[in-house]
Design a protein around this ligand. Structure first.
Ligand SMILES: *Cc1c(COP(=O)(O)O)cnc(C)c1O
Length: 236
């Protein structure tokens, strides 16, 4: 029998603990989000059984079906994909934390939808830290201004920052982007904007989460290392 979700999850958790201890951090300050896009509900259930408490999804429709099937009592759901304004009402109903807010227009729509259902929606501001044209996220130079404007929206709670760095096959090449996100978080913190909490840094994936932890990640988003490779033949 090949590796199970359980054994892969244990390995990932061990690596998180090792990376944290190696840089003098308390492993408890790092939350593992198991990224379950394209993974069917029965395999997610196996992951929950093995101890996963937080799940990350990228596509609203796909997530809605899974969340309805699996519920929200035992796990928290994170929206980590690109978000269109016209999907705001669904994500507010479905997700505990939205990682991908990158415009005032989207923030205002989320705020409005959250108010309509009597919720204060937790969000992160996604930053395009590399400045690549193809990447989602607010430009670094505009991030503080966006946070300032979002802070005025009563039904949003800003909890921190998220980034998706460029793809490299070496974590060391990604590290400067993680560092830059941490620096930006610190810069926002020194502004002491009311209603803004910069506690969370959502960064680090299968290929680079150890470097992200060394640079201060509090939320790591890991798919492949837990569920195996996505795509055609999704094996068990
Ligand atoms: C898919 C995805 C991940 C997980 O990537 P892996 O390399 O499979 O760990 C993390 N964050 C975002 C935004 C993603 O879309």
């Amino acid at each position: 029998m090949a590796e199970t979700i359980q054994s892969r999850l244990k390995r990932v958790k061990d690596r998180i603990t090792e990376a944290a201890l190696a840089c003098g951090r308390d492993p408890k300050t790092i939350k593992l989000i198991a990224v379950s896009k394209t993974v069917p509900a029965d395999r997610i259930l196996a992951a929950i059984g093995a101890g996963v408490t937080d799940l990350g999804e990228n596509y609203v429709q796909e997530a809605r079906e899974k969340i309805e099937a699996l519920g929200r009592e035992t796990v928290s759901w994170h929206f980590i994909g690109h978000l269109q304004t016209n999907k705001a009402k669904y994500v507010v109903r479905l997700f505990d934390l939205i990682h991908s807010v990158d415009s005032l227009k989207l923030a205002k729509e989320l705020d409005k939808r959250a108010r309509a259902v009597g919720k204060v929606q937790k969000v992160l501001v996604q930053v395009n830290i590399s400045g690549e044209a193809t990447k989602s996220g607010i430009e670094t130079e505009q991030a503080v201004a966006l946070v300032r404007q979002m802070a005025l929206l009563d039904n949003l709670a800003i909890c921190g920052l998220m980034t998706m760095p460029p793809y490299f096959n070496s974590p060391e090449k990604v590290r400067p982007y993680f560092k830059a996100l941490k620096d930006l978080g610190n810069r926002v913190r020194t502004e002491a904007i009311a209603n803004v909490d910069m506690a969370e840094l959502s960064m680090g994936m299968t290929g680079d989460f150890e470097a992200a932890i060394q640079e201060g990640a509090t939320l790591v988003r890991i798919g492949t290392a837990i569920f195996g490779h996505r795509g055609a033949a999704t094996s068990r």
